[in-house]
Design a protein around this ligand. Sequence first.
Ligand code: TGC
Ligand code: FAD
Length: 383
Amino acid sequence: MSIDLFDTASLLSEEELMVKENVSRFVRENVKPIIQEHFEQHRFPSDLIQPIAELGLLGSSIEGYECAGMNATSYGLICQELERGDSGIRSFVSVQSSLVMYPIYTYGSHEQKEKWLPRLAKAESIGCFGLTESHGGSDPSNMKTHAKKDGDDWIINGSKMWITNGSIADVALIWAMTDEGIRGFIVETSSKGFVANKIENKFSLRASITSELFLDNVRVSNDSVLPNVIGLKGPLSCLTQARYGISWGVIGAAEDCLEQLLEYTDSRILFDRALSENQSIQIRLADMQRKIVMASLLSIRLGQLKDKNQMNPTQVSLAKWNNVRMALDIARDCRDMLGGSGISAEYVPIRHMLNLESVITYEGTETIHQLTVGRNLTGKSAF
Ligand code: TGC
Ligand code: FAD
């Protein structure tokens, strides 16, 4: 029985369905068979980077610069299928596309776009996004990393915490305070004074690289600063893109959990009947379908608004909050219904559940999104 009770697939164009099917096949053939081992070994599957680039999944929404120029719904579907495999793979693509290529495309100079976008699309260069600092990621306006003008150059000092792709990045988009306000810098990670240390021993997103960045008198030329944005709006607008993708992505993780649970509860015999014959189990499974259907409809609507240039950040906050909460609750409940097997890496829910503990925290915690929606509703900021 399909989870897609409202036939949301029929709302997609032929091109969107083709994107979904292609990425779904890629995940089935290349991610599913290896991901459990990589998660257990705390290893990012870097062999997947090139095939992901060849499928056109990096900067997929960008027109030109050797990018695929797909619409917003297609980007959402890409995230959904990748996260069905693992949130870490979706994270890799989110960061490269929404947090590195998007700001260069939107705020970069002609030369910056020509230099960086084609190579980022082909994964000849890997990027990371440095906004969060150790003293409080929810409040990036209080950043300590700063850049000072020195002749035609800038000197950057500071540190960034919890940076996805940090230790494999060739280029870091660093947000730093200047005399004019917050500005974005394209920093080559081979620059003198730049150090990235991998964060070990995570219990979540183990198949993704997370790092701490240190910038000690890093000198960059004036060509490295994004010329067309000053202020917090720059990084926050990138987060809007990535949060949009996450709202779609987590539906894939939730569906993956429910699909495995449907098989399990059908074959598990307890008290002389299949587990799925119990009312309380059916109610829990039905509740999962209800939540997934609602999240899917929300994301499809959000995609339509984004494609019409009508999406606003409050809508994205509500969708990220709703859909990540939905996926995390489903993963936790699926883990419970698997009994002891639920703690085994042989089954997907515990891996998705552990990953989703990061997803609910990064790109704005659940509280931050609730307060954003509350602020919009009441007109009063509670931050
Ligand atoms: P405020 O000072 O009011 O606004 C500053 C300016 O920004 C504009 N703006 C936005 N623009 C686009 N998109 C958004 N989401 C925007 N939010 C605000 C705003 O209009 C204003 O523009 P202007 O022209 O008037 O100057 O700032 P605020 O009060 O709205 O922000 C407060 C708060 C708490 C919402 C914000 O600081 C916030 O979102 N904090 C959470 C930080 C966060 O999410 N960090 C994520 C780091 S990156 C990450 O986690 C990557 S994980 C990647 C992965 O592996 O997938
Ligand atoms: P804090 O901001 O210290 O929050 C702690 C708690 O306080 C949270 O529960 C929060 O909801 C709550 N809180 C905060 N403010 C309020 C308030 N006003 N009222 C009530 N409660 C409040 N960042 C990047 O820049 N780039 C990346 O690539 C990146 N990748 C990441 C990858 C992983 C695996 C993780 C875990 C994080 C990543 N982050 C990245 C950082 C992430 O965005 C931050 O962790 C997140 O924004 C929260 O910041 P924090 O961890 O400092 O928590």
